[in-house]
Structure formats: C-alpha cells, structure tokens
Ligand binder design. Structure first.
Ligand code: FES
Ligand code: FE2
Length: 414
C-alpha cells in the first residue's frame, strides 16, 4: 500500500506557485529550500526513503559472500552477494540489533555473521544458527532471518526503495532505460572512482548538471571539447531530465586535450556518437554517456548544506581490451567536477545572503526550470515520487513545452 502524502515544508506558497505557473519568468526556489532542516527532512522522507536510491554498481559486490554496509536516508543497509543474486537487508541482527557489518565497511565471508552473540545467517538472509537457542534456526529460518529491503538491479546499478512501495524502478526510469541500451551499461568496467563532499545543497548540484549556460565561464577545458550552446533536451518519460550537447568539431573525446580513441559503442550511429548525453535520474544519479565511456555521479544529501558525491568512470571492456588507457576520462572529470562543486558552494553562500532574490532563468536553463517545478510540486503536494510525475498535467503552466513531440529530443533548449 502506498504511504499517504506528508505535509510539505513551510515555504512561501506564492514563490512555489509562481514556479509552477509562470515560468520562465519565475526564477529559483526560495533560499530556505537550500538551508532549512525541515526541507531536508521532507526530502529525505519523500525522495530518499520513498523513492529509488542508487547504491552503486553491482560489481562492487562481485564475488560470492561480498558484503557492504551503506547508509541511505540515515538507515543502515547491508548489500550481500549470493551466488547469482544481490540482496539488500536492514543492517541489524535479528537478535538484539547489533550491526552486522560496520557502516561504511566491506567484508567477504561465507555467511553473514553477528559479532555480538554469534548468530549466523546464510547469504540469502535466512537464519542458519543461533547458539543455545535449540532448533530456532531449523524451525523458523525465514521468520528469524534478516529483514529484506526492496532492491532492484538496473543496467548494472543497484537501487533500493526503503519504504517498499514506490512504483517499479523500470516505470520510474521510464524511457531512460531504453535510451541507455546502446551504451551496454550492464557490462561496463569501473576504471576510476572519486569521492567529494560539497558544501552545498544537493539541489544546486542537480540544477548545475541540468544546464550548460555556465560552461563557457566555469569550464574552460570542457568548453574546448564540447559545444556549449547547440543541443536538445530529451523527451523524458519518467523521473528523469536530460539533454545532449555535441562534441566540438576538433575533439575526438571528452578529455583535457580533446584526444581519445576513435571508437564508438556499436549501437551508436555516427551522429549520436558525436553527442555528449546528460541524464539526471532523480533524486540522485547522473549518467553522462559518450561514444567511448560513461561517467556517473551519485548524489547523497548529508544535510541541508552538505552533499556527498561519488563519481565513477565506466568503460566498455572492448575498448580496454584494445589497450586504451582510461585515465584521460577520470582526469577530465575530476577537473570538471571540482569546478562545478566550487560554483555550487559559491551559489550556496550567495543565495543565503539576506536580500538575495532569485532572478529569471535563461532559455538554456529550461531543464533546470523543470526540475525546480518538480520540487515546487513536491513541496506543495507532499506526494511520493511516482512514474507519473513530472507530467504536464501535474503543473500545466510549468511544463508548457514538455508535450513537444520527438523520438529522443523535445525542443531546442541548450
Ligand atoms: S545481537 Fe546479534 S547475535 Fe545478539
Ligand atoms: Fe558544470
């Protein structure tokens, strides 16, 4: 059963309504949306607990018995690889709640084992042994087993839905799944991982990702290898937003010097191979797809003004087998990431200054405007995420252009 709507946070209703009905004249969210502990708690409940959150790649628990303890919306979960499947459980022993693996740590064991009184669980979560409890493990291995958390694998990514009642992940991601298939994401190899802690609200990172209006001034290196003004927003059906921009004519790849392998995923035609495709699956997975590799950002809100980001570079096996050194991608995105985080931190400081009033959005910021409208809708409705939003019907004024037809592209925007 779906959980009921929750009361939205105390934000100026007129500012939210302006975003919902009068874009693009209306501008950003009120500053409190980026600073208030109440808004943060609301978003944690509605988006992180009731939505689908990406925990990473399934190959991070590749071998049987691999176990990782992670935190989602303040709750501890344990990811466990069995022979064929990956399971996710509440990271608490069924006896008296001791953590099974310390949060943030990874182990590899033949069983899940509690260090407190030595209860033992199989890798599928069922209870195998409880010392001095007689035949408890034989009598009720499932009932006394680990508490499962709803999870799904999607293109090599592992997602959880803590509340257990979100629409399916496939429905939530909508047409993003089919769009990504050409990049064969399930089989990609992780070649680099960078972690950052950004002193800014997570929404500023999403907003920043959804526009390249800032690129010429913020990213000198990126602006040499990718065109920053010609592109299209995708016709997104599902809980995601995105668009693409073309590689510069003189660039082969997204790298600091524009050089890279003259190779493309077999499923891409020549035109698509020249596109840098940006996709933000809400609330926190950015997938940037290019002809030779993918870069993925996972966005984890830690507090109203603090966000953890994990950035991973994923390469196709076929390209690595040709002897390609994938370092050019990690180097390029680390430079670009740091520029972005610096900008987001500066915005966080700026919008919270007394007297700041949000200004209008540029035409290139259409995608970001749609994200703001989505958030304004959430604050107003308190409704859980579902595959049916954002939709033009939910806020017709805000999404006046979204119904534009197209196979992958909707409208000129970037
Ligand atoms: S709390 Fe785990 S065995 Fe007692
Ligand atoms: Fe950027």
């Amino acid at each position: 059963m779906r959980e009921p709507p929750i009361r939205g946070p105390q934000l100026p209703a007129d500012a939210l309504d302006r975003i919902l009905t009068a874009r693009p004249e209306a501008a950003g969210l009120p500053a409190e949306a980026y600073t208030s502990a109440e808004v943060h708690a609301f978003e944690q409940e509605l988006l992180q607990r009731r939505g689908w959150v990406c925990l990473g790649r399934t190959d991070q628990v590749a071998e049987r018995g691999a176990q990782r303890a992670l935190t989602v919306a303040g709750e501890g979960v344990l990811v466990v690889r069995d022979t064929e499947t990956v399971g996710v459980f509440v990271n608490a022993c069924r006896h008296r709640g001791h953590e099974l693996v310390r949060s943030g740590c990874a182990v590899r064991r033949a069983t899940v084992w509690c260090a407190y009184h030595a209860w033992v669980y199989r890798l599928d979560g069922t209870l195998r042994a409880a010392p001095r409890f007689g035949d408890l493990a034989e009598r009720d291995p499932v009932g006394m087993g680990l508490t499962p958390v709803r999870s799904e694998e999607w293109h090599g990514f592992l997602f959880v839905n803590l509340s257990g009642d979100a629409p399916s992940l496939a429905a939530t991601a909508g047409n993003l799944g089919p769009l990504l298939e050409a990049y064969e994401p399930a089989g990609l190899i992780r070649t680099a991982e960078h972690e950052y802690e950004v002193s800014a609200n997570w929404k500023l990172l999403v907003e920043n990702y959804l526009e390249c209006y800032h690129c010429p001034s913020t990213h000198p290196e990126l602006s040499k290898v990718q065109r920053t003004t010609h592109g299209l927003d995708f016709e997104d059906r599902g809980l995601w937003l995105g668009g693409y921009l073309d590689l510069d004519n003189d660039a082969v790849s997204m790298s600091l010097d524009g050089r890279g392998p003259d190779w493309r995923f077999p499923g891409l035609d020549e035109e698509r191979a020249r596109q840098v495709c940006y996709h933000a699956l809400l609330p926190g997975l950015f997938i940037t797809a290019m002809h030779d590799y993918l870069v993925v950002h996972r966005i984890q809100p830690l507090a109203a003004d603090r966000t953890r980001v994990v950035c991973e570079v994923l390469f196709p096996r076929a390209l690595l087998d040709l002897g390609t050194d994938p370092g050019y991608a990690a180097e390029f995105w680390d430079v670009t990431n740091r520029q972005d985080w610096q900008a987001c931190e500066s915005v966080q400081r700026g919008i919270t200054r007394p007297g700041f009033t949000p200004g209008p959005l540029a035409p290139e910021e259409e995608g970001l405007g749609r994200f703001l409208a989505t958030m304004a809708f959430l604050y107003r409705s308190g409704r859980s995420p579902s595959a049916s939003w954002p939709t033009p019907a939910a806020y017709p004024g805000a999404l006046r252009t979204a119904a534009t037809a197209g196979t992958t592209a909707g409208r000129q925007a970037r």
